[in-house]
Design a protein around this ligand. Sequence first.
Ligand SMILES: NC(=O)c1ccc[n+]([C@@H]2O[C@H](COP(=O)([O-])OP(=O)(O)OC[C@H]3O[C@@H](n4cnc5c(N)ncnc54)[C@H](OP(=O)(O)O)[C@@H]3O)[C@@H](O)[C@H]2O)c1
Length: 209
Amino acid sequence: MTTALVFGAAGGLGRAITTALKAADVRVLGVARDESVLTGLEATSADLTDENQVAAACLWAAREVGTIDLLVLAAGRMANAPLAETSAAALQHLWADNVLSAHLVTRHAAPLLTPASHRVYLGAHVEKLQFPKLGAYAGAKAALDAWVRVLIREERPMKTTLLRLPAVDTGLWAHAPFPLPKGALTPTAVGDEVVRCWREGKAGVVDLA
Ligand SMILES: NC(=O)c1ccc[n+]([C@@H]2O[C@H](COP(=O)([O-])OP(=O)(O)OC[C@H]3O[C@@H](n4cnc5c(N)ncnc54)[C@H](OP(=O)(O)O)[C@@H]3O)[C@@H](O)[C@H]2O)c1
């Protein structure tokens, strides 16, 4: 049976991706900060900015399934404050949630992958994020964008997708400096796109409009 490991499985997009994968007959293992919110899913807890916790989550997955066909990173956080009022600690915390998490998950999940495995990272249209009070988030997503693009080039032919999203209607927007834009996508549309990327082997940078 095909197996996926979803980090950030409790978020709006993590849940939608998990649902779409299960509908596609994929066995899904989930990782969230608090596994108790992931009812009905094989799950474990980890703060993705804590290297020991990420390593333990990957060891758990290895014991459960051995190898995985698909890895999805769907964790991240938005913040709403002018740069001048953002403390160094707040900036570090936000960048860790959005960028360090990708680094730790990628390194520690590596032993779970086979040459046929596929990794999907959720990114944003970073050139459209440069709004007041969104600086810390815009910087984090730009860093993630560059980080994944390099990973794609370094680890070819492994299939790695940077799925760049427009606004999607999730709880992320509770922390935004402005309302959810009209025409935002549904999380279900993103879940379906992740399944499409995996099924069709769509690697590289994929822009969802
Ligand atoms: N929604 C959009 O419009 C949009 C657009 C472009 C890109 N994205 C990206 O898509 C990803 C998912 O966003 P979403 O819309 O699903 O947001 P969401 O509903 O707020 O979910 C984000 C999830 O990430 C988890 N998380 C954050 N930091 C974590 C950490 N250190 N360790 C473990 N879990 C952590 C949160 O866990 P807790 O609940 O425990 O904090 C939450 O479950 C993010 O990277 C976001 O930047 C979203």
